[in-house]
Write a protein that binds this ligand. Structure first.
Ligand code: C2O
Ligand code: CU
Length: 540
């Protein structure tokens, strides 16, 4: 295994999109940021220098970082922010992850522009479990606001309502030619007839689950969230913020130019939002005149829940039998809700009935502490967080019916953690509620991957639903979209001592408080214990 060193200079740089220029926060001036390429078992040592004008942290999404949450990045969870002018060295050890992961800022909304690919190749001498592709490309889906992202966040927090809608979706930082003044800003991918390409897709958008498709071509999914899947053929991809999908594209159509496109999936969002579509173009090599107009892919409709569920539910681990935890030590039932909160003075509160939106897990809306939880836990500092994470139900109701008594929609505020025993087998049923309308929730767990053993629409039925769990070859993921009107069950072994965040990867829901923290206790032997902090941890 080798060690790779990278330097991440966080700095402002001017970028022009949709005919308007703004300064954005970048890594090394690049947007999207630099890709890291390493092999399974390797370590990346990243020197992060903050030469920007705001606090920042960097997270390695999907890298488990055994015993080392100190390098994980979520602000006020595992570290305090790197202040302007300061640096922090992060130590990113890759163990069994394989395929496509990514990194992104994990403070405020900086991840809108501060993100990039983290690619893990097989160990030297090992091959992919599919034919060697002709070439590989990364496709990062993103979201662009013409206004400054800090201003978008401030306005959002102040208003108590929804954030202003982004001005474009992006493929590799480019809106594509359907948007005004974006013809030059269209991602192009060259393909040679008869060859197969490995495409590594990351959804780095802030607030949108997306559908993606390529005109006239079927794709074959071979991996997701840093692990291999059984080859799965599909006409489209459904991908939530936080997720990655690795797929093969066979260039088997008549040499021509073909559109690829991504657009929002947001099952029946009752408020106006951006229907726009980002495009890229696949250009076959050779001498020919491209068709005009180019063929455009068929994408599922924006409220096509079935298409989303069929895609996500179609993924299976590559192995015929995987090690799903069977003897459970801890079973959690967690409701995930969008809620309302009373309006504070000096806010405008444009939410329903003069309230502001909030979001919660088991009716607790997470409040970020002022000292990071990891440091408080490690140093035995009291008063930073509470350990009594409430088990459900504080209220019993039909989670997915509407309407509700208004008082049920108000969550309480808190910085509560759930403590897990070292090596315990954990099952979590994530039950979405319809207290306030919301799209599906892409729930992401730090420090662990989990098996998705079941999912369904409506209220989870503890008698019937477990009978249909897939305990044979469920997919291993780090982010899973819980249907807005349904539930998803995940299982994992809590074998990574430390402090780990779990949250919705829709930025607006996380900001509203759809977050919680797990503390995984130390095991007995020294190799089963949290490492000591590095000496350069940013001070609070
Ligand atoms: Cu992709 Cu908590 O992050
Ligand atoms: Cu959510």
């Amino acid at each position: 295994a080798s060690v790779h060193r990278y330097s991440f200079i966080i700095e402002e740089a001017p970028y022009t999109r949709l005919c308007s220029t703004k300064n954005i926060l970048t890594v090394n001036g690049q947007f999207p940021g630099p890709s890291l390429h390493i092999r399974q078992g390797d370590t990346a040592i990243v020197h992060v220098h903050n030469k920007g004008n705001q606090n920042i942290t960097i997270h390695w999404h999907g890298v488990k970082l055994p015993r080392n949450p100190w390098s994980d990045g979520p602000v006020y969870i595992t570290q305090c922010p790197i202040m302007p002018g300061k640096s922090f060295i992060q130590n990113i050890q890759v163990t069994d992850e394989i395929g496509t992961l990514w990194w992104h800022a994990h403070s405020e909304w900086s991840r809108a522009t501060v993100h990039g690919a983290f690619i893990v190749y097989p160990k030297r001498g090992e091959n992919y479990p599919f034919p060697q592709p002709r070439a590989e490309n990364t496709i990062i889906l993103g979201e662009w606001w013409k206004s400054d992202i800090q201003a978008v966040l401030t306005q959002f927090q102040h208003s108590g309502g929804d954030p202003i809608v982004s001005d474009a979706l992006l493929i590799n930082g480019q809106p594509g030619d359907l948007y005004p003044c974006s013809e030059q800003d269209t991602f192009k991918l060259e393909a040679e007839y008869g060859k197969t390409y490995l495409l590594r897709m990351i959804n780095a958008a802030m607030n949108n689950i997306l559908f993606f498709s390529i005109a006239k071509h079927q794709i074959t999914v071979v991996g997701s969230d840093g692990s291999y899947t059984k080859p799965f053929k599909s006409d489209y991809i459904a991908i939530s913020p936080g997720q990655t999908i690795d797929f093969l594209l066979e260039a088997n159509q008549a040499p021509d130019h073909y559109y690829m496109a991504a657009k929002v999936y947001n099952s029946a969002l009752p408020v106006p939002f951006d229907h726009s579509t980002t495009t890229g173009i696949i250009e076959y090599s050779g001498n020919y005149t491209p068709s005009s107009p180019l063929s455009f892919p068929r994408l599922p409709l924006l409220n096509d829940t079935k298409a989303s569920v069929n895609f996500t539910g179609g993924l299976r681990s590559l192995a015929s039998k995987v090690d799903v935890p069977l003897n459970l030590d801890t079973k959690l039932f967690l409701t995930i809700s969008v809620n309302l909160r009373p309006c504070e003075t000096n806010n405008t509160c444009t939410g329903p009935a003069g309230h502001r939106f909030a979001a919660s897990i088991n009716n607790i809306s997470f409040v970020q502490p002022q000292i990071n939880i990891l440091q408080a836990y490690y140093g035995g500092l009291r008063g930073v967080y509470e350990e009594q994470f409430p088990s459900f139900p504080p209220l019993k109701f039909n989670f997915t019916a509407q309407p509700f008594p208004f008082k049920l929609t108000i969550p309480s505020l808190g910085t509560k953690v759930k403590v897990l025993e070292y090596n315990s087998n954990v099952e979590i049923v994530l039950q979405a509620t319809s207290l306030v309308w919301s799209p599906d929730h892409p729930m992401h767990l730090h420090g662990h991957s989990f098996y998705v053993v079941g999912s369904g629409i409506g209220n989870f039925d503890e008698k019937k639903d477990p009978l249909n769990y897939n305990l044979v070859d469920p997919p291993l993921r780090n982010t899973i979209a819980v249907p807005r009107n349904g539930w998803t069950t995940i299982r994992f072994k809590a074998n990574n001592p430390g402090v780990w965040l779990m949250h919705c990867h829709l930025e607006r829901h996380a900001t509203w408080g759809m977050e919680m923290v797990f503390i995984v206790k130390n095991g007995k032997s020294p190799q089963e214990q949290l490492l000591p902090p590095p000496s350069d941890m940013p001070p609070c």
